[in-house]
Design a protein around this ligand. Structure first.
Ligand code: FAD
Ligand code: UDP
Length: 390
């Protein structure tokens, strides 16, 4: 039995049957409908097309590439519309796959945090400790310092547990508590451990944000990479198209849904919380470099969390420079699932509904309600493609 588009309807299971039958017989037949043209949707579209299936990929935005979308601004600088996207991974499989669609340029991201008017490397490292406290500790000395100031916690459940148990209260309050409050609207103690655990603590002087074995940026940008991925005779792309508007026009055998899972089910168990951002882009003509590294974090000052200068990420030469400030917001596009147990419980209820949907695959940051990086989404999408049988 292959369920076609008729099995779809927005709403919780009981509401579904009501909108179920208003379908005509003249709908276009396709093998796979992919909702969302970000990493999750585009990878699966490409895999299905390569396996000979006819694919329609839609996105409600007016472009492909999802949150990784980049474009030339009015001054010719490549910018990331939805905030800085730095590619890093330890997965050879993901690199091998994406390398079919792009060349790469090397880029190792570095971040400074401004605390009481001074800049310090973040992740916290030997340089951070020595500069902040006027010390000259070596690696062993910094390890001993952390041992003296840490507040061991058992078990480690929250992000506060993570930070206090590794660097103690002073560093927690200077570098983490304010940033987290701004970014999430919550205290560190209200967020799952995995949020702060993204940021390591180092005793050496390594000041790279990531230590993954592969740290490179797509040479001509993300959007070009996506365009190549989707450039296949079996793929039709419709942007500016919401899922709701195509469900009566097409009949599909398989649906791949990469939007918010709660929206798919008509929010029947209530809204899953997401954190949003407002991006303030600015071009500074005549300023060739605005700041010393790709990103500067402001844990305790300003309404924005960080400023990123794109030139560092893209290696472009230009007499001016383009930057973006990120202002966290409660309402707006859903950018971040909010990792905390109560939200995970709600997600599990939607997940149970998702598992009961025949021939529908939920994948990606919003559909899986998971704080995924890009490479993790690619890996998840490749796994889903295998489950689809392509
Ligand atoms: P998305 O890219 O969100 O794609 C989903 C698409 O579905 C969207 O384009 C949306 O418009 C569309 N859609 C939703 N609902 C519908 C509907 N009903 N009808 C039609 N279309 C719909 N990761 C890294 O690895 N490195 C980074 O440096 C990094 N920085 C980030 C910075 C920010 C500010 C943010 C928000 C994320 C960052 N990420 C980073 C994470 C990265 O953006 C995601 O992992 C990745 O883009 C998720 O891909 P996706 O396909 O799951 O989701
Ligand atoms: N974080 C912080 N201070 C910093 C950097 C990060 O407190 O200077 C915390 C904060 O809670 C943030 C989380 O660590 O949301 C993850 O940071 P990351 O840079 O990975 O966030 P993303 O790039 O995903 O927004």
């Amino acid at each position: 039995f292959i369920a076609v588009g008729k099995s779809w309807a927005i709403g919780c299971p009981t509401a579904r049957s009501a909108s179920h039958d208003a379908q005509g017989e003249d709908r276009m037949k396709i093998d796979v409908l992919v909702v969302g043209a970000g990493f999750a949707g585009s990878v699966i579209a490409e895999r299905c097309a390569a396996a000979g299936k006819s694919v329609l990929i839609i996105d409600k935005r007016d472009h492909i590439a999802g949150n990784a979308f980049d474009e030339s601004d009015a001054h010719g600088l490549l910018i990331h519309r939805y905030g800085p996207h730095i590619f890093h991974t330890n997965s050879e499989m993901v690199v091998d796959y994406l390398t079919r669609f792009t060349d790469w340029i090397p880029y190792e991201h570095r971040v400074l945090a401004v605390v009481e008017g001074q800049t310090y490397p973040i992740p916290i490292n030997q340089t951070t400790i020595n500069k902040l406290y006027g010390l000259s500790l070596d690696e062993q000395g910094v390890a001993e310092y952390f041992n003296r100031v840490r507040e061991p916690r058992e078990p480690i459940r929250t992000s506060e547990d993570v930070v206090l148990s590794s660097v103690g209260r002073d560093l927690c309050d200077k570098f983490f508590r304010g940033y987290t409050r701004k970014q999430w609207g919550l205290d560190l103690s209200e967020l799952a451990a995995l949020v702060a655990a993204r940021i390591p603590v180092r005793t050496n002087t390594d000041d790279r944000y990531f230590t993954d074995s592969f740290q490179k940026m797509p040479k001509e940008g993300y959007t070009k990479m996506f365009a190549r991925m989707l450039d296949h005779p079996n793929i039709r792309i419709e942007v500016g198209t919401d899922f709701a508007s195509v469900r009566d026009r097409y009949e599909w055998k398989t649906l791949v849904y990469t939007g918010p899972i709660d929206e798919y089910f008509g929010f029947c168990y209530g809204k899953l919380p997401y954190r949003s951002l407002r991006f303030e882009h600015e071009h500074l003509a005549g300023t060739s470099k605005f700041q010393p590294v790709g990103t500067v974090n402001y844990p305790n000052d300003h309404a924005y969390t960080r400023i990123t200068e794109f030139k560092y990420l893209t290696a472009q030469q230009h007499s001016g420079t383009s930057i973006v400030r990120e202002y966290p917001e409660a309402e707006g596009d859903p950018y971040y699932p909010i990792p905390r147990p109560v939200n995970q419980d709600l997600f599990q209820r939607y997940k149970a509904l998702a598992e009961a949907e025949p021939n529908v695959f939920f994948v990606g940051r919003l559909a899986q309600y998971r704080y995924y990086n890009m490479d993790q989404v690619v890996a998840a999408a490749l796994t889903t493609a295998k489950s689809i049988g392509v």
